[in-house]
Design a protein around this ligand. Sequence first.
Ligand code: HEM
Length: 235
Amino acid sequence: MPPVFDPYSSSAEEGLGMNGWLRRVGIVAAHIISLALTIFITLLSRPGTSLFSWHPVCMSVGFSLCMTEGVLLFSSEGSPFCFQSRKGRVRLHWVLQALVVIAGGTGLAFIVASKNVSERPHLTSWHGLLGMATLVATGCQALCGVCLLFPKWVNSVARLRLYHATCGLVTYLLASATLALAMCSDWFQGTIKGVLWYVCVLLPLLPALVVMNQVTNSYLPTYHRRMSRSESGNV
Ligand code: HEM
């Protein structure tokens, strides 16, 4: 039987490059920014005032809040879920990622309906195009996650976990770029101007850096070490 790799164990935090305190501050700031951005965008779009107003709400709840929390919960530092067992974290992870898919699908339905009603063409901006790529990547990631939930369906769980982590990072970066591009839309720039606008555009960058640091510096090297140990029969 192939060895079971556990990327979510506390030892998956080995080998982090940043100083401990800096990493902790970064993680806490990422939690605060993702929540603050979601609340800010929700207040700004005044949900219920139009079909469009639900698009920013759904997308920020899904991609800024749930997706960030769904990844950061695997960090044993600065996370409100640090008391949870590995099993508990995995369960919370898939619940949050399922919410991302639901919020993403709903947000897409609202923007498509809104554009159809106002008879405007679809996918005419970089935000729209990158947003579509983000949604496709999120769908593929969700399918990959479902296969991990039912490991009997796959040949190499370890390899699938590696793909899931790597593609998950790409999906997260796509979502962050889409969020930043949303701030460049006429709708957003019509309301938010000056220094605050620059702050809003740059805000998704910090959670993206923290997530990138978490996945690349902790999970992937640990995985490779375990993989080579297992291949040489030292597990
Ligand atoms: C990662 C999250 C997001 C994704 C995946 C996403 C996805 C999309 C997609 C696919 C479209 C094009 C729909 C079409 O052409 O039929 C679109 C349009 C739009 N979105 Fe988003 N969106 C996200 C977040 C946001 C946020 C937070 C805002 C507001 C702050 C926003 C504002 C807009 C606007 C104004 C449009 C219409 C103009 C345009 O096509 O660029 N989006 N979005």
